[in-house]
Design a protein around this ligand. Sequence first.
Ligand code: CA
Ligand code: CA
Ligand code: CA
Ligand code: CA
Length: 581
Amino acid sequence: MCLLEGADKNGRLPSASEGSGGWKEMHVSLRSVWGRTSKVLATSLILALGAGCPGDDDDDDDDRGRDAGTGGSDAGTDAGADAGTTPGGSGSVTGKVTYDFVPATYSPTTRSGTLAFAQTTLRPVRNAVVQVLQGSTVLASTETDAQGNYHLSYLAPPGAGLSVVVLAKTASPVIQVEDNTDGNAVWALGSGITVGPTTLNLHATHGWTGSSYNAALRTAAPFAILDSMYTAAQAFLAVRPVNFPMLRVNWSPDNVPQSGDKATGRISTSHFDSEENEIYILGKDGADSDEFDSHVIVHEWGHYFEHNLSRADSPGGPHSRGDVLDPRLAFGEGYGNALSAILLPTKVYADTYWAGATLTAFGFDMETAPTPTDDPSPGAFSETSVMRLLYDLFDDGATEAAYDQVSIGLGTFYDVLVGPQRTTPAMTTIGSFIAGLKAQPGVNATAVNTLLAHYNIGPVTSPWGDGDTSLRSMYTQVTSYPYNLNTTLVGGVDSNKRSQNRYYILNGTGGGLRFSASSPYDVGIAAYLQGSLAGAADIGLSGTETFSLSSTQADATYILVLTGFRQTAGSYDVSLSISSQ
Ligand SMILES: [Ca+2]
Ligand SMILES: [Ca+2]
Ligand SMILES: [Ca+2]
Ligand SMILES: [Ca+2]
């Protein structure tokens, strides 16, 4: 098995050793990645997995053995093609669909963890689409219930043989797990049947042999991913009516933590791709696989949620715990982690991976900081502070600390995300979230302020961060045009860190505005209206960046974001100019 070095989207290695208590690079949301022009929903390319399917290969297959197992009839990629023939007639099929759920564990004490295969439990495959196929023709379709049970009746003409498949696809909301390395075929598990009354239970197995995965028996992965995301969606649906848009999730045993062509599995890391509006999940045995890392799965689902139903102004990019981040990024990542703990619900995050030949894990306790702390620079710029703050806002334990006397409920959490956090004129930070939260009925602002203070955040009163001096200082109000200002950024860190960014609040004039930024180092500028990009300039590696908005809304608030890219350490000056035109 090829052992791969983990690298983030910029091709850098993780920032610290992963095997001795160091931090592992956390999962990033990639805002801008190579596009893809076609998205084939290839139900005609169903890949059948697991028990009851034969070992004959797909035409393009290697030894991964997606149509794995021994004995039984074919329901593979070419479902029905090799399944013989049927004389036809009516029939019914009843059964239960289950998968192996493997707990991902992490101990904050030992700073290690694993996939606990010995604690594997059978879980139902819920709300999944089940079909009776004749060849590639769907004769009947239904979905499993909350216990994984299904029942189908069908009438088959004489002809090609029959098979039953359960897709890694839920009926409502629609979530489907595809193979990005094989034409986006939907993963499925199936078996041939003969006409008449039939009982057919299907079970997807983890395939672990003790030291590696048996690729032919590794059928639980897409169903585990599906079930974690279904759990997340159901948690919100239990408290609010939500119209979730369809979600496509890409998983393959070839999805490796290297950057490159996603169609070959080089997905960099598990991530939500906002341009495609799809999620990619790692699957590489011996490097990093995430199918049982349910917090990773729900974290990425959280980015899908914020992109479609809330708002995410995060610039994305590499980040590790302890970083003093751009507060847009600190919110997005802290939110993703907190959401995983809230929705699953379990408070210890675990991301298993291989360090050399050893399966271990990175993680943290969402409720309690370890000693020494994993949050050395607490505040609005720390994803760890945001994470624990958001989790404390939600949780309601019997032994909560004195500083945590808040429990806002998931419905209120949802209302803030889809309401004020989505429409804020400011950037999406912990400031906009807290200001929006305090506007909700029944929220005790004093108790919220006590909690904020625990995380070194001031008593925020506005989406701009008023009340927290540090967060508010990210913003400068532009009062009149022409506006000229010299400011100082600090390099030597990634462009998504606090010291490389400044925000300028400006009012539209009804007419045009011209923006420019000059520096001996590489800078970029971008104007946003409620988080939507209105204009930007980032061409040169030094000198002046300029762009214009030909018209602006007279009553609207725009944010100009100045970002610096100096890679070497040290402060550097930027002169900024905004004029009407
Ligand atoms: Ca993992
Ligand atoms: Ca708490
Ligand atoms: Ca609480
Ligand atoms: Ca530039």
